[in-house]
Each structure stands twice: as C-alpha cells, then as structure tokens.
Design a protein around this ligand. Structure first.
Ligand SMILES: [Zn+2]
Length: 321
C-alpha cells in the first residue's frame, strides 16, 4: 500500500489540507475554517478531525498516512516545532508539533508558512528542483523564504528570509506591523500599493484613481494595476515605484545569496508584466554582473497549493529520503 503524505497550510481564516503521493502530487485537497477562539487551542484537534473525516469519506484510515507537515503563520523553531508567535491565532511559544502529534498520533514537522511555500515551489513549482532559491510572496503582506543548498535557512531565531521587512524606505517610511518603518511590505504588498497610491493622489485629480476613490470611498491594488494598464500616468508612476522597491531589494538579496532563482508569488504577482518588467529592469540595474548573468527571476506556478506541497515535502525528506 502506497503511503500518503499529509500537508497542512494553516492560515488565520482557513486551514488548507491535502493528501499527496510521495512524489508530491496532490490526491485530495480541502479546506476547513480556522477556529481562533480560546487562543487557538482547538486548532490541532480540528486538524485531526478534518483528517479523520476525509479518510473515512475515502474509505481509508490513518495507517495510510506517513506523517504530517505543516506551515504555520509565524516564526517557528523548526527543530522542536514550537511556534514563537502567531498573532492572528493567539499563539505565543505554542508547542505546535507536540500538540498535533498528540492529537493525531502521527509524526509531525512544522515550519513557517512562507518557508513551506518556498519549499513547495522548489520541489514542484517554478524552482524546478533548484537547490539555491529565494521565494517572495506579494500578498496582503510580503513573505519570504530562502533555500540554500536545498535546506531552508532558519536563522538563529527563526526569522531568516523575512524579505518583507527589508528596509526599502530608510526615512519617513510607513509604519509596518513588525514595529519598524519603511519595510518592503509597506510599499510592495497589496496594502502597500494602495498606501503609496493614496499618499499623493490628492495632487492628481486627472487620474482615474481619483474618480474611483470618489465613487467607492476606497481603491484597491487591482484598481492601480488596471488603471496602469489603461495608461493612467499616475498609476504607472506608482507601479514604477513599487517595481523600484522590489527590484532594488531583490537585487541586494541576490547580490548576497546568488540563488539560481528568485520566485515571485502571491496575489500581487498576478499584475503580470506591467509590474514585473519594471522589477526585472531595476533588478538588473542593481545586481552585479555574475549575479545578473546567473540569478533568474521567475513567477510562482503553484498558487495556493505551494504551502501544502512544501509542508508535505518535510515528511518526505525526513521519512523517505
Ligand atoms: Zn516590517
């Protein structure tokens, strides 16, 4: 009987779950809501319940499952599976690996969710097996993961790869959730793009964004992208600034690490060429020759599945390799 890997991608609103083959092909995937009541103490039991219910539905039982890998939204000690902090879930120094092991009776590995997404892209996505790779996820925030020599770089306190908190605006930057100002996240995430656009919009009544703001009371990152596609000069200017911040930060990441690929994912990456052409241009401008010639920017290919695939990889690599 072929054993399955289980991947779990824990978010603040939903838990994504999947059963995968040993080769990382998704066999079954589904989602359940995240219960954040009582400081998130029901979450691991809910994962076990969701797993058992799905196995029952498929006429299988737990003996099918080799182990569980899990990505969690916060810095993690990948050695002992303690999550230092997950603000959205109410966890602080929470023994996630231990709790999920007790609830399921299965071997469990835990890592930060940006890291598991990076591993997923390395294994089955845009990384295509590259063992030196950087992943950056442009969503509501900006996440990152660094893989060197095929291993996730954790850092001394689980905080490595936090590309979103690279300082992009040294003076007078916007405040970031991390407590610092001027982080890349404040100018290159979906919320950051809106913030940048709103900053000087009052001086641009000619922009379509002014009409949209008037009509809807707010604008979205997608509005900025759509207006730029329609050659709105102010929207194009905003996207050029976003491209600069991203290209500049990623160039310096590349100058330090010279990865084979930097994989860009998340909702903002769906802006496509109108953003990425600019990122590429600034990236080339700020990388030195050997890096420019060898480090490639690539778009993530796994979408929302990257997390569960990367989580399952941890099971494979610990039990099958
Ligand atoms: Zn920050």
């Amino acid at each position: 009987m072929e054993k399955w890997l289980m991947g779990v991608d824990l978010g603040g609103t939903t838990i994504k779950l999947a059963f995968l083959t040993a080769n990382g092909e998704i066999l079954h995937k589904w989602e359940v809501p995240t219960d954040i009541s009582d400081q998130g103490k029901n979450i691991t039991a809910d994962i076990n319940t969701a797993m058992e219910a799905k196995l029952h539905e498929l006429g299988e039982d737990k003996s099918r499952i080799l182990g569980i890998g899990m990505g969690a939204p916060g810095p993690v000690n990948a050695e002992n599976g303690v999550i230092y902090e997950a603000v959205n879930l109410g966890w602080k120094n929470y023994p996630l690996k231990q709790s999920l092991t007790e609830k399921t009776g299965l071997p469990v590995w835990v890592d930060n969710d940006a890291n598991t997404a990076a591993i997923g892209e390395m294994w089955k996505g845009a990384g295509a097996g590259a063992s030196d790779m950087v992943c950056v996820t442009l969503g509501t925030g900006v996440g990152g993961g660094v893989i060197a020599n095929g291993m996730m770089v954790q850092g001394i306190s689980g905080a490595a790869g936090e590309i979103g908190h690279i300082t992009a605006v040294p003076e007078n930057g916007f405040e970031c959730n991390c407590g610092k100002t001027g982080c890349l996240e404040t100018v290159a995430s979906a919320t950051g793009i809106v913030r940048l656009a709103l900053e000087d919009l009052k001086n641009h009544p000619e922009s379509k964004l002014t009409d949209l703001l008037g009509a809807n009371g707010s604008i979205t990152a997608k509005d900025v992208v759509d207006c730029a596609r329609n050659k709105d000069a102010y929207a194009l200017h905003i996207l050029d600034r976003v491209s600069f911040y991203l290209g500049y930060a990623l160039a310096n990441v590349a100058n330090a690490l010279n990865p084979e690929k930097i994989v860009i994912g998340g909702g903002v990456s769906k802006a496509g060429d109108i953003l990425l052409k600019g990122v590429e241009a600034y990236f080339r401008k700020y990388t030195f020759l050997r890096v420019r010639e060898s480090t490639e920017l690539a778009i993530a290919t796994l979408g929302n599945d990257a997390g569960v695939i990367g989580a399952a990889w941890m099971v494979k690599t610990h039990l099958l390799d």
